[in-house]
Design a binder for this molecule. Structure first.
Ligand code: SD4
Length: 352
């Protein structure tokens, strides 16, 4: 399964499994296809420049049997970020490398060092500069970051207000690829690849390379991948919590909803989605704050299917309210011979 409408990536991951590749191979291939296709401008080189005009990449692969992770964060000047993550997984005892030193590792592993800029990223950057660097991710700085470019200095007084998640950048900032693959032996792996948030402050790392945030897998239980506002998501570890909800016996649909709801309670304007697949292959998906809904792609028995859903914006009834409503129904049933009394009890429970 993949996030968004990344059909070619899903197809290539499936094809990899069909020729005997492992779940990890499938995840790597799928993510890399998206890196080459620059899926939705959110994956791979040549888009989402940072404040210096540079595109940098985050990627991760996780093995559901060993819990081993290979990840790169803020990778510079290497196009195949997921390939480098795979080398971290296969050729080191580490889990994550970052920045320029990840680039040096990649070069040592045989990857080509090259610019990740394109005409498009340069144009986006120039337009952003001429629009006084709006929008941006700065807060509590001088000069006023909602009106001018930097360099900024910190203001003495700090605000405790929640960050306006809605300003993450609209739908165009939300199209990271996350893949869950299961091979014929039931082995599972997950992976992500992204160029992160457009206009990010250089050095910013999102959720995608962080295990438990962008993706998580325990092959005996299931797997989850996430997409959306990584600055918020990595604080809540939604993919870890979704897998833990599965472990507690919740169905994938509920596990996905509960993982999203944990974020939503604190950050109601948060935008993002979580896909959950149990070790039995059942799927659950939930999203929040995605105006156009969430698209995902499944591959099952060779059939690639694109699915579309809209996010549930209304708060779900709490367990307590479901409990009280059940009691009310029971009372109404028991006293159904006395309609007036039932109505009175119902009003007492719900109108107070
Ligand atoms: C990030 N989560 O770096 C990523 C952005 C994204 O789908 O597109 N997610 O915050």
């Amino acid at each position: 399964m993949t996030t968004w409408n990344f059909i070619e990536a899903t197809q290539s991951a499936w094809d990899t499994l069909m020729v005997g590749g492992s779940a990890i191979d499938a995840v790597e291939t799928g993510c890399h296809v998206c890196e080459e296709l620059q899926c939705d401008n959110s994956v791979g080189f040549g888009n989402h420049p940072d404040e210096n005009g540079e595109t940098t990449l985050d990627a991760m692969i996780m093995d559901g049997d060993t819990f081993n992770v290979g990840a790169v964060a803020g990778l510079r000047r290497i196009k195949n970020a997921v390939g480098v993550a795979r080398k971290v997984l296969d050729n080191t005892d580490h889990s994550m490398l970052s920045g320029d030193l990840a680039t040096a590792f990649a070069v040592q592993m045989g990857f080509k060092e090259e610019s990740l800029s394109s005409n498009e990223s340069t144009e986006i950057y120039n337009e952003w500069k001429s629009a006084d660097c709006q929008p941006n991710f700065w807060e509590n700085v001088t000069p006023n970051s909602t009106a001018s470019c930097g360099p900024y200095s910190p203001l003495r007084s700090q605000s405790n207000e929640a960050k306006p998640a809605i300003e993450f950048g609209g739908n165009s900032n939300h199209d990271t690829i996350g893949i869950i693959a299961m091979d014929e032996n039931g082995k599972m792996a997950v992976g992500t690849s992204t160029n992160g948030a457009k206009y990010k402050i250089p050095g910013r790392v999102g959720d995608s390379p962080i295990p438990g945030a962008g993706a998580y897998v325990d092959a005996k239980i299931g797997a989850a991948v996430a997409t959306g506002n990584g600055d918020i998501m990595l604080r809540f570890l939604p993919t870890f919590s979704a897998v833990e909800f599965l472990r507690q016996g919740y169905q994938p649909e509920l596990a996905a909803e509960m993982a999203i709801n944990r974020i939503k309670v604190v950050e109601p304007l948060f935008s993002g989605a979580v896909i959950v697949v149990s070790s039995h292959g059942q799927v659950g998906v939930a999203c929040n704050g995605l105006e156009w809904g969430f698209t995902y792609v499944t591959a099952e028995n060779g059939t690639i299917t694109q699915m579309q859903m809209f996010c549930e914006e209304d708060a779900k009834p709490s367990k307590a309210s479901i409990y009280y409503q059940s009691i009310a129904v029971a009372i109404i049933f028991m006293v159904s011979l006395n309609i007036n009394k039932a109505y009175f009890l119902y009003i007492r429970l719900f109108r107070n």
